[in-house]
Every structure is written in C-alpha cells, then in structure tokens.
Design a protein around this ligand. Structure first.
Ligand SMILES: C[S@@+](CC[C@H](N)C(=O)[O-])C[C@H]1O[C@@H](n2cnc3c(N)ncnc32)[C@H](O)[C@@H]1O
Length: 245
C-alpha cells in the first residue's frame, strides 16, 4: 500500500494543496501541538510532497529534512520547492528502515503509521523516529481516528468519505476517499489507539497524548467545521523521547 503514492503523486499533491480541511483543521492543529519551531531542527517522515516540510521552514525551523518511501512523492516535493530556496533536504527512505539522519528537536509524521501492515513494522517505524530525536525531543503525528463512527455525522460535505474498516481487526485494510478534483481513494491499515500507545511505549516514547483536531478560530470556520469536529476522521498525537537523566 505504501507504493500506491508512486501512482497518485500528482493527484495527491494537488489535493493536499487545494484541500481546505488540510489548512484550516489538520495543519492548524499540528502547528498548535508542535508549538514554535523557530531555530529547531525537524525531520518530517512520510513528507509526501513536502507540505509540512515547507511550512516548518517558512515558520523558522533551522533545518528540515523530509523523508518518504515514494520516489515520485519526493520528486513532487523537490518540484514544489523549486525556486523557493527553502533549503529543505529530501531523501527517499522507508520509515521502517530509517537511518539516523540527525539528532532532531522534532519529528513530524502526518499519515505514516497507518501504512504499517504489521505491528512489527509499526514498531520499526517508531524506533527509527525515536533514534532520530534528541533527548527530550517530541514526535507529532497525524493518524486516522480509530474512534471515527461511520454511521455518525457524515463528512461528505467536507470532501471526506472514510469507509468502515473491511474487518475491524488490528491491521485490517480500509479506504479513504477524498472528494477532490479528480477524486482519489487511499488504502491504509486500521490500528486502534491502544496499539499505537503500546508500540510507541515499546520504542521508548513517553508522555503520549491524543489531540482531537481543532479548527482555526474564525467564526465562519467554527460554524462550518462543527459537524466534522464532532466525528473526525483524523486525530493528532504527540509523545516525547525522555530527556537525559
Ligand atoms: C497521505 S500522504 C501524507 C503526506 C504528508 N505527510 C502530508 O500530510 O501531506 C502519506 C505519505 O506516506 C508515505 N509513506 C507510506 N509508507 C511509508 C513508509 N513506509 N516510509 C516512508 N513514507 C511512507 C507515502 O509515500 C505518502 O507520501
């Protein structure tokens, strides 16, 4: 499933950059949970077309490295950055086999762990991110919300159709449709909150918190996103590599 992005890189990149949800809800929450990145080093794992990598450099991060398993997504990221002289470094790596690229203050991973096909693979991803963090550094991730209620308030008006997992067991395959132009379907794996918490703890992380998505506080956004926020398809998570004793 990880390699599906080699086929949909252009469509995904276009969707991410035109999708109001990404800017007004997801990104708003990620930046709030991350706090200031001014002068910090950030590793963005599963960086896709560099959506967060670019943004974090623009917000003052001193060094940003973006990593993705898809060569086509990294190509799209380099093309989007062309001329902007942001100095983001992009590398092709499988997050389940991540070398140590530095001792980063922050790691971001928006929609990575849902591509782990096994618990073992998720553990290797978490261990790789842990190894790339400085002591006391934080990981901020975005994940499909395991508590999303398919019969609950519909997210169609927001351009999002999260299909119920075909089999609600850990690691079961599921599909998300993004109603953009052209529409895209993304396949990934369902994992419960407790599996994420156990695996992160096994990799060494502490201070694990879930952060329901919020929207930018302008009244028109608050009104429009009310139903979505009551049954959100994604959720943010933060955790910390323990500081040196
Ligand atoms: C939904 S996109 C998210 C991209 C970006 N984080 C964003 O929020 O716009 C998921 C990305 O995860 C990448 N990915 C999936 N499995 C991966 C793996 N094992 N290692 C690194 N990247 C992976 C895909 O290639 C794709 O670019």
């Amino acid at each position: 499933m990880a390699m599906q992005y080699d086929k949909i890189s252009d469509a995904y990149s276009k969707a991410a950059n035109q999708f109001v949800f990404k800017r007004v809800v997801e990104c708003y929450t990620v930046l709030k949970v991350l706090g200031s990145v001014e002068g910090k080093s950030v590793l963005d794992v599963a960086c896709g077309d560099g959506y967060y990598a670019r943004l974090l450099r623009q917000r003052g991060a001193a060094r940003v490295v973006g990593v993705d398993v898809s060569e086509q997504m990294i190509k799209a990221a380099r093309e989007r950055d062309a001329g902007a002289e942001l100095g983001v470094e992009y590398r092709v790596h499988d997050a389940a086999d991540l070398p140590v690229l530095g001792s980063f203050d922050r790691v971001t991973a928006a929609y990575l762990l849902n591509y782990a096909s096994t618990r073992e693979q998720m553990l290797r991803m978490c261990q790789g991110m842990f190894a790339n963090l400085a002591p006391g550094g934080r990981l901020v991730a975005v994940l499909p919300n395991a508590d999303f209620d398919p019969p609950g308030p519909s997210s169609v008006k927001y351009g999002i159709v999260m299909r119920p997992p075909e089999d609600r067991k850990e690691g079961g395959a599921t599909t998300l449709d993004l109603l953009v132009d052209p529409p895209i379907s993304i396949r990934f794996f369902y994992w419960s909150r407790s599996t994420h918490e156990q695996v992160l703890a096994e990799a060494g992380f502490g201070d694990i918190h879930w952060h329901p998505l919020e929207c930018s506080p302008e009244p028109e956004h608050v009104e429009f996103w009310r139903d979505y926020l009551g049954n959100q398809h994604s959720i943010a998570l933060s955790c910390r590599k323990p500081p040196l004793a």
